[in-house]
Design a protein around this ligand. Structure first.
Ligand SMILES: Cc1cc2nc3c(=O)[nH]c(=O)nc-3n(C[C@H](O)[C@H](O)[C@H](O)COP(=O)(O)O)c2cc1C
Length: 333
């Protein structure tokens, strides 16, 4: 097969995506500024962290204010929903459309117990009829193209996710599938089976629904290899993008060299400023602790120097700590 380069545009439903390198949904991380960061660095599309369809249906204040916040410069953007009730999914999807999203993704892969216990996430692999109804409801409620992200199966060797993906396209007119070819049982460990993605690509040939490969894409090199091996239409970067938005530049041919220390520091400072804007100074200081290790490791700051950032109570303290441990022009101000 003659596979287009990752820089070639492709379509999800009626939406044109500028290239084939996407930011994966990341719970607790993939808010507007993390998505905006990925887009600034060249990602064709960024998908939000998962948002509860119930939270949207009931217009939960925090869900609306924080999880549904969309920055005007991040389009196209996909908002990922999870849930188990088609009526609530339709209503939540309508709220997402109203907020200005371009696409809706439905989470059918989350292995977390709390989500599965409620009958959502990977649990939907056990109830394909309900999964189809949910995807259909999201499309009807929103009028937007719907994609689904799912696992290959519940346990190693189980390929029910591939069968479900085909049903979702055929019966619910889903516009694209992101397949993470690890079973829910192994969570995020072990080698993904890109052969299963290839099988899905073959089975969906001619349907018009692109297949997006997720899983194990830690570096640009591995992502390129997985793209070829899986014959997918696009790649979705998850942990490989944490503290490394430059991976999108590498994969879209905009850079070959690793970022300089100054670029890394600038990026961290950019993130801290956005976190402050998003959550206010107090909550941002706590939230930012998640982000420090990703950037500090790249700067070679480890051990007790890195640990000190986990004890910072405000962002200015973190900024001055950064000044103490790295020398970068970005910190001169
Ligand atoms: C911290 C974290 C949060 C995640 N949150 C979501 C989520 O909200 N929705 C989803 O579909 N997948 C989620 N995933 C799965 C990723 O999107 C991706 O499929 C998975 O990490 C495999 O890719 P990787 O091995 O390249 O990291 C999450 C993964 C991680 C590590």
């Amino acid at each position: 097969m003659n596979q287009p380069p990752l820089t070639a545009p492709f379509r999800i439903g009626d939406l044109e995506i500028a290239n084939r390198v996407l930011l994966a949904p990341l719970a607790g991380i993939g808010n507007w500024f993390v998505r905006l960061q990925a887009r600034r660095h060249g990602a064709g599309l960024a998908v939000s962290e998962m948002v509860s369809s119930f939270g949207l249906h009931y217009r939960n204040e925090r869900t609306m204010r924080e999880l549904l916040r969309i920055h005007p410069s991040e389009h196209p953007v996909s908002i990922q929903l999870f849930g188990h009730d088609p009526d609530v999914m339709a209503s939540g999807a309508a709220v997402v459309a109203e907020a200005g999203a371009d696409l809706i993704d439905i989470n059918m892969g989350c292995p977390v117990r709390k989500v599965r216990k409620a009958g959502a996430g990977a649990e939907l692999l056990r109830r394909p009829g309900l999964a189809v109804a949910l995807a259909r409801a999201a499309g009807e409620g929103s009028g937007l193209p719907v994609t689904v992200k799912l696992r290959s199966g519940l346990k190693p060797g189980d390929c029910s996710g591939v069968d479900l993906a085909v049903r979702l396209v055929e019966e619910a007119q889903v516009s694209g599938i992101a397949l993470h070819p690890r079973s829910a049982a192994v969570q995020h460990k072990g080698d993904p089976d890109y052969g299963l993605v290839r099988q899905l690509v073959d089975r969906l040939e001619g349907s018009g629904a692109p297949v997006i490969v997720s899983g194990g894409l830690a570096t640009a090199e591995v992502a390129r290899r997985a793209y070829r091996e899986s014959a997918a239409h696009a790649v979705m970067i998850a942990r490989g993008a944490l503290g490394n938005p430059w991976i999108f530049e590498e994969l879209t041919g905009r850079r070959a060299a690793p970022p300089t220390d100054d670029e890394i520091v600038r990026e961290l400072l950019w993130t801290l400023d956005r976190a402050e804007r998003h959550l206010g100074p107090r909550r941002a200081a706590h939230y930012a602790r998640k982000f420090y290790p990703w950037y500090l490791e790249r700067l070679g700051v480890t051990g007790s120097e890195a640990d000190a950032f986990q004890r910072t109570e405000d962002l200015d303290q973190a900024r001055s700590l950064l000044r103490e441990v790295v020398e970068a022009p970005a910190l001169a101000a």
